[in-house]
Design a protein around this ligand. Structure first.
Ligand code: DQA
Length: 146
């Protein structure tokens, strides 16, 4: 099964960016760890990070017919991108949303996720481990669907 791992704005700065909030692992590090897990689950991962909303939407569209699942951290777009929400809805590919920080514990503008209603579920607050949990949860959904 093929999974698209999508990361939104400023996630390329992980490790440098507010380590107290987001941890010290870099995105490359997280991706490496996900690849290790993917081997055991027989998943093939494709990674994409962008600071541009439209590029993320383009990747979601490209996934249509090509990917079995999407794991996404829309980052700040989580809170206001109706366009990313609509793209996820449009392709109808099983999607899991992840966040490093617990968005409900932070500023009130982070409490709302406009993408959460169109994904299978959301994992928030476990740092880099949120991605691992998200990948395992997505895998579980995909095999249960077969
Ligand atoms: C984030 C939470 C968002 O509020 C923030 O804008 C991010 C990262 C997280 O992974 O905790 O960039 O999605």
């Amino acid at each position: 099964k093929k999974i698209l791992i999508l990361n939104g704005p400023n996630i390329n700065m992980l490790g440098i960016r507010e380590p107290g909030v987001y941890g010290s692992q870099s995105l490359a590090n997280i991706e490496e760890n996900l690849n290790t897990i993917a081997e055991t689950l027989l998943l093939e991962l494709t990674f994409f990070q962008s600071n541009h909303e439209g590029e993320i939407i383009d990747q979601i569209h490209k996934a249509f017919g090509n990917m079995n699942g999407i794991l996404i951290n829309p980052a700040a777009f989580t809170h206001y991108s109706y366009a990313i929400r609509d793209a996820i809805s449009a392709v109808n590919i099983p999607t899991v949303e992840v966040h490093l920080s617990n968005i409900h514990q932070r500023e009130s503008f982070r409490h709302q996720s406009v993408t959460a209603p169109v994904v299978i579920g959301q994992i928030s607050g476990f740092g880099a481990y949120s991605y691992e949990l998200g990948l395992r949860a997505l895998h579980n959904k995909l095999i249960e669907k077969r």
